[in-house]
Design a protein around this ligand. Structure first.
Ligand code: IPE
Ligand code: IPE
Ligand code: MG
Length: 228
């Protein structure tokens, strides 16, 4: 079975999952973190080399401040809790997104987890927090100018090397849970030729078996990259 090198997931549906049970949205986010733990294991077992999870977008700041602060608190708690698992499995942690604008504690915890897993050689776990593709591409363009590149030196490679994903292969499989048919500013550049897999399953219910189903669907796709 052909295994994608890079799987990216738009983890959507935590609020709806909680709403169906008459619970607060934050309870849905908590259960969503359990799903993250399961998916880390299942992805590593499946032999995926890069897993990118969309946790908080540059647009999510529009949510009520109570939900935003709840999400940031959860994030800090779990960034700390993840370390033993990442150590055990040799998983390297990498942040995608802008640290600027995040609470200082979150910035610190992100840096600490990146540093303490930097020498791990297994799967890379990219967590997108305060991530927006348009911001990422705009910033890459700005960096090209700052580096003094001439117009003919502004190539696809030059831009890719200045994205937060520099050095990471393009996305092969892009999964979105909870049925929404949109990309919501996630990895627009990197997913240019990704296979899409949309499931009605809400994120807290997306576990190992659901990931394996997506991988099977991917293995049956015919990728063409514009050829015949
Ligand atoms: C995804 O779940 C998690 C984040 C965006 C933080 P949502 O919170 O978007 O859940 P729904 O879409 O309202 O169900
Ligand atoms: C996308 O989900 C962002 C994350 C999963 C972090 P949203 O719930 O924010 O997306 P929209 O608003 O439905 O497009
Ligand atoms: Mg949503």
């Amino acid at each position: 079975m052909s295994v994608p090198h890079h799987v990216a997931i738009i983890m959507d549906g935590n609020g709806r999952w909680a709403g169906l049970r008459g619970w607060s949205r934050i309870k849905g986010h908590k259960e969503g973190v359990r799903a993250v733990e399961d998916i880390l294991d299942a992805a590593a077992e499946a032999g995926i080399q890069h897993l990118s999870l969309y946790a908080f977008s540059t647009e999510n700041w529009k949510r009520p401040s109570l939900e935003v602060s709840g999400l940031m608190a959860l994030l800090r708690m779990y960034l700390r809790m993840f370390l033993p698992k990442l150590r055990r499995k040799g998983i390297r942690f990498h942040h995608l997104g802008s640290l600027e604008g995040l609470p200082e504690g979150v910035q610190r915890d992100i840096r600490a987890l990146e540093e303490s897993t930097a020498d791990h050689t297994g799967m890379v776990f990219h967590l997108a927090v305060n991530y927006g593709s348009r911001l990422e591409i705009t910033q890459a363009a700005r960096r090209c100018v700052e580096a003094g590149l001439q117009p003919d030196e502004i190539t696809e490679e030059a831009i890719a090397a200045r994205l937060w994903t520099a050095g990471t292969p393009d996305v092969d499989l892009l999964i979105r849970t909870s049925g929404e048919l949109r990309i919501s500013n996630f990895l627009l550049w990197q997913a240019a030729y990704a296979e899409f897999y949309i499931t009605e399953c809400l994120w807290p219910d997306f576990r190992g078996p659901q990931l394996r189903e997506a991988l099977e669907a991917y293995a049956n796709r015919e990728r063409r990259f514009g050829g015949i």
